[in-house]
Design a protein around this ligand. Structure first.
Ligand code: IPM
Ligand code: MN
Length: 359
């Protein structure tokens, strides 16, 4: 298969971890005889520094033209602490999601057997957890009208959802549940929010055409508690933009490190794959960032294009690296392996899957 992949490595550790994902994809291309072409473009703080725009038109055009986008991370502390900043790196990411129509963000979370004791949560709570969050990504409070009065003393962000926005992601979430453990949990705040009541009504209706999927509902505050009390009760969680943002970071604790969590953002025409972690500026250039989230995002990219065996090869190589403790220091403080060494191991493992690699 030929795939053209736009690479937006972005800021902080983005370029380092993305390089490991590309290395891994190149190993896959060689073993399975595919042609993956990569082209880099600017996004985030680095794009603001060079062009004044966090998402230059050239970058957007490339993403629209190419088959998929591999995204690193964006964000820079110099913008976080400046409330008056007019342009922010995050605006680039939000505009990209909106312009590519990436309305569904898929975030799988599982308790890796080899890492169970790395999680701050107790083994018996998290064992067997294998869930996936379907987060709506182009609507809600992130994209509603923003206001600030003249005096700068009153601010508001509108949270708005339309029937169509809820329906399209709901179908994807039900289909995912159907192919997994057949359970869908809608997370909302229907006891308070009108938007949540609309979500409930529409999702309940759609559920009637997925009779084999058990549908239940949780208020987001309770869901936040359940996610660390008893995460193995979940299969697919469907939720709106902001709730999904929050509970997916919370869920990352289950895996032992946010450095393990990959995501896919998909729409009807485009798809983008990115780790859920941020740009971790303190680690930039130190070869300590965990590349696994980026590498697993590459696996989700392959799966998206039906290359399931290839995606499995990556997942297997990652499992092996965890099993052999070839991990970065977030997972093992005494580790001598850095970002690049973990990436090398995973790529080499794919290239020589049949051989025994001496590490
Ligand atoms: C994420 C991030 C983004 C979000 C930020 C960087 C805008 O936290 O992908 O979860 O809030 O969606
Ligand atoms: Mn987030």
């Amino acid at each position: 298969m030929k795939l053209n992949i736009a690479v937006l490595a972005g800021d902080g550790i983005g370029p380092e971890v993305t390089a490991q994902a590309i290395k891994t994809l190149n190993a896959v291309a060689e073993v399975y005889h595919h042609t993956f072409t990569f082209k880099e473009a600017l996004a985030g703080a680095i794009a603001i520094d060079e062009t004044g725009d966090p998402l230059p038109q050239e970058t957007l055009d490339l993403c629209l033209e190419y088959d998929a986008v591999l995204f690193g991370a964006i964000g820079d502390p110099k913008y976080d602490n400046d409330p008056s900043a007019k342009v922010r790196p995050e605006q680039g990411l939000l505009k990209l999601r909106k312009s590519l129509g990436l309305y569904t963000n898929i975030r799988p979370i599982k308790a890796y057997p080899t890492l169970i004791d790395k999680s701050p949560l107790k083994r018996d709570r998290i064992e067997g957890t294998d869930l996936t969050i379907y987060r709506e990504l182009t609507g809600g409070i992130y994209f509603g009208e923003k206001k600030l009065n003249k005096e700068g003393t009153i601010a508001s962000d509108l949270c708005e959802y339309s029937e169509k926005e809820i329906e399209r992601i709901a179908h994807l979430a039900f289909k995912a549940a159907r192919s997994r453990k057949k359970k869908l949990t809608l997370v909302d705040k229907a006891n308070v929010l009108e938007t949540s009541r609309l979500w409930r009504k529409i999702v309940t209706n759609i559920g009637k055409s997925y009779e084999d999927v058990e549908l239940d509902y949780l208020f987001v505050d309770n869901a936040a508690m359940q996610l660390i009390l008893n995460p193995s009760q979940f299969d697919v969680i469907l939720t709106e933009n902001m709730f999904g943002d929050i509970i997916s970071d919370e869920g990352s604790v289950i895996g032992g490190s946010i450095g393990l969590l990959a995501s896919a953002s998909v729409g009807d025409e485009n798809a983008m794959f990115e780790p859920i972690h941020g740009s971790f500026p303190q680690a930039k250039g130190k070869n300590i960032a965990n590349p696994v989230a980026s590498i697993l995002s590459a696996a989700m990219l392959l799966e998206h294009f039906g290359l399931n065996e290839e995606a499995k090869a990556i997942n297997k190589a990652v499992d092996k690296s965890l099993e052999l403790n070839i991990v970065t220091t977030d997972l093992n403080p005494d580790s001598q392996y850095g970002t690049e060494q973990v990436g090398d191991f995973i790529a080499d493992y794919i290239s020589n899957a049949e051989e025994i690699i001496n590490y």
